[in-house]
Design a protein around this ligand. Structure first.
Ligand SMILES: [Zn+2]
Ligand SMILES: [Zn+2]
Length: 396
């Protein structure tokens, strides 16, 4: 068997074009569902390399399909394309030209990696089966993955397994981190509206005060994590916003609380939602205030399946050797809409280290930091990984 590090080397030699492309996308960030320029670039490239290109799923989503031989296996590889509403502070030559918009999560890098793999696979990899490259819009909170699925992604492009890769600052660049089981948290947004009876601040007995009720509810919510959820289960309830009233001497009619709820287990997630509903309703009632709890949905727990993660680990070890691969990484409390895809199709979501040096303009600031930048040295590593994974998966 040839040394697979040669594959990384080969892709490194061809990576100049993709580094330039990554920086071009970085310079022109687009928010979720507005990735018009980015999806044009993706579609043009895929078409030029012989992919059958389908556009319009989830609005700006792109699928590139390559079929070879009579192999029955169908593989999906997914990258995200959207940027964030952040003012870039890197001062780099390829910094965003759009005020208040920035690729601060490295989705420019994920797109470039998958494109570099797309060309290499089309031109140099022998396989038999169907390769579906999925470029999705709006990963950042807007659920672009779900939107593509609602538009028939897996009916039109069935996949036996799907994989996705995200860069992760804090780990050595070019290393891969895998994990079986729950890997990213569920995330649910909840808005609680408390309707009381407003009045004069000097005559509280004539009112039903939603501020006092809301304050009790904020404290009561803390007991759900500490008293209802088993201590070894990770869960978070954060009240990130509490809006009520305008003046010292006026008891308002209404208070609005906005919550973020996270966990790493589907049952715990249901428990959290159920207890929030019960606790808010009864607490509000005890203050003579009416409560409306609006569960706005969010992202489910991301669960990597066993067989597909084991396969993804084997490919990582073959490509990079054990010193550059973490076989069972820690779970994270962030969330990711690839979870929707994994609820329907088995697969695995892995990380590529984006550098472990302290934040300071060398690509190792945390994602969503205004000084963050994707490390271009990851493009050949990530592309080599996708190429080898496709080659090993798509066999007759
Ligand atoms: Zn992000
Ligand atoms: Zn991201």
């Amino acid at each position: 068997m040839p040394d697979m590090r040669d594959l990384v080397g080969a892709l490194r030699e061809q990576s100049g074009e993709f580094v330039a492309l990554r920086r071009d996308i970085h310079r022109h960030p687009e928010l979720g569902f507005q990735e018009f320029r980015t999806s044009d670039l993706v579609a043009q490239r895929l078409q030029a390399w012989g992919y059958e290109v389908t556009r319009g799923l989830g609005g700006t989503g792109v699928v590139g399909q390559l079929r070879r031989g009579d192999g029955k296996r169908r593989l999906g590889l997914r990258a995200d394309m959207d940027a964030l509403p952040i003012q870039e502070a890197t001062g780099l030559p390829h910094a965003s030209v759009h005020a208040g918009l920035m690729h601060a999560c490295g989705h420019d890098g994920h797109t470039a990696i998958l494109l570099a793999a797309a060309r290499h696979i089309a031109q140099h990899v022998e396989f038999s089966g169907t390769l579906n490259l999925i470029f999705q819009p709006a990963e950042e909170g807007l659920g672009g993955a779900k939107k593509m699925m609602q538009d028939g992604l897996f009916q039109r492009f069935p996949c036996d397994a799907i994989f996705a890769m995200h860069n992760m600052p804090g780990f050595a660049r070019g290393t891969l981190l895998l994990r079986e089981g729950p890997t990213m948290a569920s995330s649910e947004n909840i808005t609680i509206t408390l309707r009381g009876v407003g009045g004069h601040g000097a005559m509280p007995h004539l009112s039903a005060d939603p501020v006092v009720a809301g304050s009790a509810i904020v404290m009561g919510l803390q007991t759900i994590v500490s008293r209802n959820v088993a201590p070894l289960q990770m869960s978070v309830i954060t009240v990130g916003s509490f809006q009520a009233g305008t003046a010292n001497n006026v008891i308002p009619n209404e208070a609005v609380l906005k919550l973020s709820v996270r966990s790493l287990d589907r049952e715990v997630h249901q428990l959290l939602l159920r207890r929030i509903g019960e606790l808010v309703k009864l607490q509000a009632e005890s203050f003579g205030v009416q409560a409306e709890v609006d569960f706005q949905g969010g992202y489910p727990v991301l669960v990597n399946t066993r067989a597909e993660t084991e396969f993804a680990r084997k490919v990582a070890l073959e490509l990079l050797g054990p010193e550059a691969v973490t076989l069972q990484a820690e779970a994270l409390t962030g969330s990711e809409d690839f979870a929707f895809m994994l609820d329907e199709v088995p697969g695995s979501y892995l990380y590529i280290g984006n550098g472990d040096k302290a934040c300071g303009g060398h690509g190792s600031c945390m994602v969503h930091n205004p000084n963050y930048d994707f490390d271009d040295a990851n493009i050949p590593v990530g592309a080599a990984y996708w190429s080898l994974l496709a080659q090993r998966f798509l066999i007759e």
